[in-house]
Design a binder for this molecule. Structure first.
Ligand code: IPE
Length: 274
C-alpha cells in the first residue's frame, strides 16, 4: 500500500540564514540525492515535499513587514518581491531534485492560497492530488498569500502542511532542519539544550517557555510556532502516525527515515492518542 509522507526541508538548512539569498548548494544536492535514493528503494513511497525560505523570503518579508499585513503601494511591491525570491529558491530546489532523479513538480502556494487575518483558509489541493496520482512529487514552499483582513501575509510550509494533511491523509510528516530535533534551548542563545524525544499536546506547555526562536530572521515564529502547528496537524489528521523532526546535517539520515518508519531519530510529535 502506498505510504504518503510530507517532507519539509527547512529554509535554515538550505540557505545561510544569516546572509541574504545565499544557497547551501552542496546541502541541497545531498538531500535531493537522499530523497531520490529513498524513492528508488521504496516504490510505494509517495512524497509531498515542502521547503522553507531561509534567507531568501524571510529577509525580504521582514524588511517590508509582510507577515503583519500589506497595505501601502510600497508594501505591495514588497509582497511581490517576497514572492519572487521565495520562488527563486523553489526553482533551485526543484532543479536539484530533478537533477537527482526526483519527478518534482513545482506548485506555487500563493497561486490559490487565501488567508483570514494570518490564518490559511483555502489552498487548492487538487493539483497536488493529481500530481501524486500520476507518480509525480509535488513541491510546495513557504510563500506570500492574499488575506481578506491584512491584504497580504506570509504562509509557512508548516501552515501549508497543516492545511493539506487532513485532506491528503499522510502517514508521516518529516521536518528536516539544522538541529538534531526540538531542543530545550535555542542553539543561538548559547545555552546547550537537550533533545526532546517526544512531544504531545500534554507536554507542550512545559516546553513552550524553554523553546526559543530560530537563528537569523524568522517572520513565521520560529520553533515554538512550528511545534504548535505540527501538534494541531497531528490532532486534525487521524491517518498520521507521527511528525518527526530531524537533522539535515547527518548524511544518510533523511534517506534512512524515509525508508524506515521505525528509524529512531530526533523528536517525535504525536497527538498523544493511545
Ligand atoms: C517562510 O516559510 C516563507 C517566507 C518567508 C516567504 P517557512 O517558515 O516554511 O520557512 P523557513 O523554513 O522558516 O525558512
Amino acid at each position: 500500500m502506498d505510504e504518503l509522507v510530507f517532507l519539509k526541508l527547512g529554509g535554515s538548512l538550505l540557505t545561510d540564514k544569516t546572509r541574504p539569498q545565499v544557497l547551501r548548494g552542496h546541502v541541497l544536492a545531498r538531500l535531493a540525492a537522499e530523497i531520490a535514493a529513498a524513492l528508488r528503494a521504496c516504490p510505494d513511497l509517495r512524497l509531498v515535499i515542502g521547503h522553507g525560505s531561509g534567507s531568501f523570503g524571510h529577509v525580504t518579508a521582514s524588511r517590508y513587514g509582510t507577515r503583519a499585513g500589506v497595505y501601502t503601494p510600497e508594501q505591495w511591491r514588497g509582497y511581490a518581491e517576497v514572492a519572487r525570491v521565495a520562488a527563486e529558491l523553489n526553482r533551485l530546489a526543484v532543479n536539484a531534485l530533478a537533477e537527482a532523479g526526483v519527478p518534482a513538480l513545482r506548485l506555487q502556494p500563493s497561486a490559490s492560497a487565501l488567508c483570514h487575518d494570518g490564518e490559511l483558509r483555502t489552498l487548492d489541493e487538487r493539483p497536488i492530488v493529481a500530481a501524486l496520482a500520476h507518480g509525480l512529487t509535488p513541491v510546495v514552499y513557504g510563500d506570500v498569500a492574499l488575506d481578506d483582513v491584512r491584504g497580504g501575509t506570509i504562509i509557512s510550509t508548516e501552515e501549508i502542511f497543516r492545511w493539506l494533511a487532513p485532506r491528503l491523509n499522510p502517514r508521516r510528516v518529516v521536518l528536516v532542519g539544522e538541529v538534531a530535533g526540538v531542543l530545550t534551548a535555542d542553539p543561538a542563545s548559547g545555552v546547550r539544550g537537550e533533545l526532546v524525544a517526544e512531544i504531545t499536546p500534554a507536554t507542550l506547555p512545559h516546553l513552550a517557555q524553554a523553546l526559543g526562536g530560530s537563528r537569523g530572521i524568522d517572520v513565521t515564529g520560529g520553533m515554538v510556532a512550528k511545534v504548535a502547528e505540527m501538534l494541531a496537524l497531528a490532532q486534525a489528521t487521524p491517518s498520521l502516525a507521527a511528525v518527526q523532526v530531524i537533522s539535515g546535517w547527518v548524511p544518510g539520515l533523511v534517506r534512512a527515515v524515509l525508508v524506515d518508519p521505525t528509524h529512531r531519530a530526533g523528536t517525535r510529535i504525536t497527538a498523544g492518542r493511545v
